[in-house]
Design a protein around this ligand. Structure first.
Ligand code: NIG
Ligand code: FE
Length: 413
């Protein structure tokens, strides 16, 4: 079945020659086509262009008239923890009273709190809770999402999370990539024996997870108070041996060395990056690693912001992701992430559009099929309400401006 969207006020982020990412000053340039059409066959974008060039005789598919409206490629949210049990607003008051993320974690709150909740939740209930979040982000315009494990912290519960992610892959229309994050925190029973937990990840968890083909990528929280660079290297090498490319939680709490170790092991992305200096920027240059910023977490925790302008001036690409999780970013709204990118990080509207689409797609390993309007790519797009300009998207920061969602060529909302 074919789908034609016509009279599009502006078709956003079109691509004639495929690119793997958009970097440096190119992030300020955005290809758009005014008064455009977009033609989809089955789940693929087959054609697009100016209405004046539309030549279709006897079209017998479905037509949508998008007069006054814009069409965007769906958001690619390359970093989330959206499979979790319950919530953690119980820590919210402590946070507001002034306790830091690390202090809450030290008291057995934080990630360990979510691990306890997850342990006591059935796989079915975990799936249902996570499915609700997937449906929520579909409505926010997300068409692809990466989801991490890391609230299990033992083999059985990590498998529970990864199986839920697998089931979400099979039962929802969003494109999903899964990441094994056993090294998210040291579980309570390994307190003082962190090395033994690292051994468990390497010798037991990674081989079993790989044998069930449950993880596309491997992640480590390489930061002050969590895992060291040496431990990170050991776990990355073990994951790589089983075909899991790294994605790293790096430099959120300190200059942890996480960025450099990520680059060394050809991580797809290094994420957070609040603590990024000249040395870190230098190591990212000429690498295959996408610097990924999570402004929702910095905003929620009241942390410093990463030096994005410096990174883009140095010629780097930058992706933005939601970090949707119960502790540091309880929101998967990528349009709001665009707003935080512009307001807090001083990125331009064109830059945040690239950062949430094509660059996010790269950071989850799918930029050849997702992240822009290009012939042959998967037809994941959304149609906006009537809006005056694309700047209006990040500007109107709480308005829901998404009218229709199309995933795999089907109108689903
Ligand atoms: O990306 N930084 C580490 N992990 C998550 C937080 C997870 C949690 O607090 O539950 C993050 O911010
Ligand atoms: Fe995270």
């Amino acid at each position: 079945m074919a789908l034609l969207i016509k009279n599009i006020k502006s078709l956003i982020n079109t691509e004639n020659k495929p690119v793997k990412w958009v970097a440096g000053s190119d992030m300020q340039k955005l290809n758009t086509i005014e008064n455009a059409y977009l033609l989809i066959e089955k789940d693929i974008i087959v054609d697009f262009g100016k209405m004046s060039n539309l030549k279709i005789n006897d079209f017998n598919g479905k037509t949508i008239d998008a007069t006054g409206k814009m069409v965007f490629p769906s958001f690619c949210d390359s970093h989330t923890h959206l499979v979790y049990a319950g919530s953690r607003e119980i820590e919210y008051g402590d946070k507001i009273r002034g306790l830091s993320y690390e202090e809450i974690a030290k008291r057995g709150g934080g990630i360990l709190n979510s691990a306890k909740l997850l342990h006591n939740t059935s796989e079915e209930s975990l799936y249902q809770q996570s499915l609700q979040r997937i449906n929520e982000i579909i409505g926010f315009g997300t068409g692809a999402v990466e989801i991490k494990s890391g609230y299990g912290l033992n083999l059985e519960d990590e498998l529970k999370m990864l199986r839920v992610i697998k089931r979400l892959k099979e039962t929802t229309p969003v494109t999903i990539r899964s990441t094994f994050l056993g090294a998210h925190a040291v579980p309570a029973e390994y307190k003082g024996k962190q090395g033994e937990y690292v051994d468990l990840i390497i010798n037991e968890m990674i081989p079993v997870i790989a044998s069930e083909d449950l993880a596309d990528y491997i992640d480590v929280f390489c930061d002050k108070g969590f895992f060291t660079v040496q431990e990170t290297e050991r776990m990355l090498m073990a994951g790589i041996k089983y075909g899991m490319r790294p994605k790293i939680h790096a430099n959120e709490l300190d200059f942890s060395g996480g960025i450099q170790v990520g680059v060394k092991y050809e991580a797809l992305s290094v994420d957070h990056l609040e603590f990024t200096g000249d040395e870190e920027i230098q190591s990212l240059k000429n690498s295959e690693t996408m610097p990924t910023l999570l402004p929702g977490a910095a905003f929620f925790l009241g942390m410093i912001d990463p030096p994005v302008r410096k990174m883009i001036s140095a010629g780097l690409p930058v992706a933005l992701a939601s970090d949707y999780n119960p502790g540091s970013s309880p929101s998967g709204n990528m349009k709001f992430i665009m707003s935080l990118g512009t307001i807090k990080l001083r990125m331009l509207p064109e830059e945040v559009i690239h950062a949430t689409t094509i660059n996010g797609a790269y950071a989850m390993g799918i930029s050849d099929t997702h992240g822009s309007i290009a012939k042959g790519k998967i037809a994941n797009v959304f149609i906006t309400k009537e809006i005056p300009t694309y700047d209006y998207m990040p500007y109107a920061y709480t308005s829901n401006l998404i009218e229709k969602v199309i995933l795999n060529g089907k109108v689903i909302m």
